[in-house]
Design a protein around this ligand. Structure first.
Ligand SMILES: [Zn+2]
Length: 574
C-alpha cells in the first residue's frame, strides 16, 4: 500500500536493493441497490477478526520470507491462500480449474549512457551532455539488450495531455513519430477568473489520471515517440530529484507479446535546471512556455535540438502468480456477472537489514488485506440469501513492483470485463481499533460511493473524502487497473478518528507507522494491535460487495469521470 505522502512517489523506489513500487466531493445520486430486499448490515454475518489475525500471523511470519514474487515465499503464500479460499467455501477461480493465473514478469536492469544533445541545423546553441543520474534518469521497458535513440528531435508538448472531454490537446496534430517529447508533470493547472484552480477542468485541485507520470509515458508511446522525458519539479511532482535518482536499479515489468516495443524506447526524467538551459539555448523561456501550457491554445514547440542516448539492458524472467477463488452466483440470470475483490499478496522479500532484521514481513502491507479477503469470502459463502451475482477473490502479485499482477489480470481477464460489475480493493487494513470514519479515495468517481455511504451510515460512521486529492491516490493501487479498463472500482482507507482516543491520535499512529515500519522489516504483527477496526472495516467491504452482487443494475461511473467512456465502449453503448 502507499497512502502516505512520504512514499507517494514514483511507481518505484529502491528499498533494500529491490526495485519497489510506491504503492496509489460528489453530488448525491439515487442509491442504485435496486433490490427491494436489502438485508440490514447488522443482520449480515460478522467478520471474525480473530481469524483475520491468525491469517496475518501466518502470512507475515518469517517462514513466508517477505512474500517476494518468484521466491519460495511466493510458493508458500500461493499455497496458503488457495487452501484458505477452499476452506472458506470458494472454488478454483481460473476457468482452467486451478487457483492461479500465471503472471510472467521480467526484471530489467538498465545501464543508460549520458544524454547527448546536439543543436539543430542553423542553431548557434552548443552541444551539451546531460549526465546520467545528475541531470537525467532514464530507463527502457523494451525487453531487449540495447535500445538506441539517435538524433531525435526534441519537442516540448506542454503537459502531454490529450483529453477530449475537456477539449484539450497538447499535441495539436504534430508529427511525433520518433521524436523526443519533453513534458511537464501533473495536470495543467488551469485557473478560473478568480485566480483559483478551475474546478470544471482536470479536477481543479484534485489530480486526474492526466497528471500521473504513468499516463504521460503511455500517451507518448501511443504517439509513437522515441523518448519521453518529464521535467522534474519538486512541488508538482511531490518529491525531490533524489527520489527520482532512487528510481535506478532493477525494474519489474509485464512482458507484452511485442516485448514492450509498443512503449517509447526511453522513458525518463530531466532535471529542472537542465531543462531551463535547454529551453534557453532554443531561444525559449521555460516559465513563459509553462504558463502558455495552461491554456487550450498551447502549441508544441520544437527545442531546436536533437537527443541521443543508448541503454543496455540485462534481463531476468520471473514467473509469478495471481491467486483466484470464485463463488458462483445463485441467480442463473446474473451468475455470469462478477464482483471482484482484490488485494495484493506480495511484499519485498528479504533485503537490506534495518535494525538487524532482513525479512520484510509486510504484516500491515498487505497480509491484513489478504487475511480480511479470506474472511470476507467465508462470509459470502455463509450469507443468506446467497448473492445473485458471482464473486471473485483475486489476490494479486507484484503490486509493490508497480501494480503488475492487477495490470496483468485487467489486460488478460479470466472473465469478460463487460460482465465485471465492480472492483473492491483492500490494501492495508486498520489494526489500531474502531474508527468513527472511513476515508473514500476518489470519492465522486462512481455510484459505488452510494453503497459505501449506506454501509458506513449503518455502522454509524461517516465517509470522509480523500484529504489529499491532489496526490492522485486513486491511481496508485490495484483497483486502478480495473478503472483503466472501465470497471467501476472502490478504494477506501481506514479512518483517522479513533473511537475513545483523543483527536490527532489516529494521525500520530499513522505517522509512526509510516516513519518506523512502512516498507521496512519492522512491518510485523505487534502486541498492541487492536483488531476491532479490521472486523468493522471488513464488514463494510463485505456489505458493499454483497449489495452490488444483488443489485438490480450494475454500478456506473459518474458523468464526467475519465473512465466512463471506456466503460461505455466496453458495454457496447457507443
Ligand atoms: Zn507497499
Amino acid at each position: 500500500m502507499k497512502p502516505f505522502a512520504r512514499f507517494a512517489l514514483l511507481g518505484a523506489l529502491v528499498v533494500g536493493g529491490l526495485s519497489v513500487a510506491a504503492c496509489g466531493g460528489s453530488d448525491p445520486a439515487p442509491v442504485t441497490r435496486g433490490d427491494a430486499a436489502v438485508t440490514p448490515l447488522a443482520q449480515l454475518p460478522a467478520i471474525d477478526q480473530n481469524r483475520v489475525l491468525e491469517h496475518i500471523k501466518v502470512l507475515a511470519s518469517d517462514e513466508f520470507e517477505g512474500r517476494l514474487p518468484g521466491t519460495a515465499g511466493e510458493e508458500r503464500t500461493v499455497q496458503y491462500i488457495s487452501e484458505q479460499f477452499q476452506a472458506a467455501g470458494l472454488t478454483p477461480g481460473n476457468p482452467d480449474g486451478t487457483w492461479v493465473q500465471k503472471v510472467p514478469l521480467v526484471g530489467i536492469t538498465g545501464k543508460p549512457s549520458d544524454l547527448r544533445i546536439t543543436p539543430a541545423a542553423g542553431s548557434n546553441a552548443a552541444a551539451r551532455t546531460l549526465k546520467y543520474e545528475d541531470d537525467v534518469i532514464a530507463w527502457s521497458r523494451h525487453v531487449t539488450d540495447r535500445v538506441e535513440v539517435d538524433a531525435s528531435e526534441m519537442i516540448f508538448v506542454g503537459y502531454g495531455v490529450e483529453a477530449p472531454e475537456f477539449q484539450w490537446d497538447d499535441y495539436k496534430g504534430i508529427d511525433t513519430a520518433g521524436k523526443t517529447l519533453v513534458m511537464l508533470v501533473n495536470d495543467p493547472p488551469v485557473e478560473s477568473a478568480d485566480g483559483q484552480l478551475d474546478s470544471t477542468i482536470f479536477g481543479g485541485p484534485a489530480m486526474t489520471y492526466y497528471g500521473r507520470w504513468t499516463y504521460k509515458y503511455e500517451k507518448g508511446a501511443e504517439k509513437g515517440a522515441a523518448a519521453v522525458l518529464i521535467v522534474h519539479e519538486t512541488g508538482p511532482a511531490g518529491y525531490g530529484w533524489n527520489v527520482i535518482q532512487g528510481f535506478d536499479g532493477e525494474r519489474f515489468d509485464l512482458e507484452a507479446p511485442d516485448k514492450n516495443a509498443g512503449r517509447a524506447k526511453i522513458e525518463g526524467w530531466i532535471h529542472l535546471d537542465r531543462a531551463r538551459e535547454l529551453f534557453r539555448a532554443a531561444g525559449q523561456d521555460f516559465d513563459a512556455l509553462k504558463k502558455a501550457a495552461t491554456s487550450r491554445d498551447f502549441k508544441p514547440v520544437s527545442l531546436g535540438a536533437a537527443a541521443s542516448m543508448t541503454i543496455d539492458n540485462t534481463m531476468r524472467r520471473v514467473q509469478s502468480q495471481n491467486v483466484i477463488g470464485k463463488l458462483a452466483g445463485a441467480d442463473p440470470a446474473l451468475a455470469d456477472e462478477y464482483v471482484v475483490y482484490t488485494g495484493h499478496w506480495d511484499h519485498f522479500g528479504v533485503g537490506a537489514p534495518v535494525n538487524g532484521d532482513t525479512i520484510y514481513n509486510g504484516a500491515g502491507d498487505n497480509a491484513t488485506g489478504i487475511a480480511a479477503m479470506i474472511e470476507i469470502a467465508r462470509a459470502f459463502s455463509q450469507v443468506e440469501p446467497k448473492p445473485k451475482r458471482s464473486l471473485l477473490f483475486l489476490a494479486v502479485t507484484a503490486e509493490e513492483q508497480g501494480l503488475l499482477g492487477s495490470e496483468y489480470y485487467a489486460t488478460n481477464p479470466l472473465y469478460p470485463l463487460a460482465k465485471t460489475v465492480a472492483n473492491i480493493n483492500i490494501d492495508a487494513m486498520n489494526v489500531y481499533g474502531r474508527t468513527s470514519d472511513i476515508v473514500l479515495i476518489g470519492q465522486g468517481a462512481s455510484e459505488l460511493d452510494d453503497y459505501a455511504q449506506t454501509a458506513a451510515s449503518e455502522q454509524n460512521r461517516t465517509i470522509k473524502p480523500d484529504p489529499e486529492p491532489e496526490k492522485g491516490f486513486y491511481y496508485r493501487s490495484d483497483h486502478f487497473n480495473f478503472a483503466k479498463v472501465g470497471v467501476p472500482a472502490l478504494y477506501a482507507e481506514s479512518g483517522i478518528d479513533y473511537v475513545g482516543k483523543p483527536e490527532g491520535w489516529g494521525q500520530q499512529t499513522r505517522d509512526d507507522y509510516t516513519e518506523n515500519r512502512y516498507h521496512q522489516p519492522q512491518d510485523e504483527v505487534l502486541d498492541n494491535w487492536d483488531m476491532s477496526g479490521v472486523g468493522e472495516d471488513a464488514k463494510f467491504y463485505f456489505a458493499v460487495g454483497y449489495r452490488v452482487a444483488n443489485a438490480a443494475k450494475m454500478p456506473e461511473w459518474r458523468e464526467g469521470n475519465e473512465f466512463k467512456a471506456i466503460r461505455d465502449k466496453s458495454l457496447g453503448r457507443e
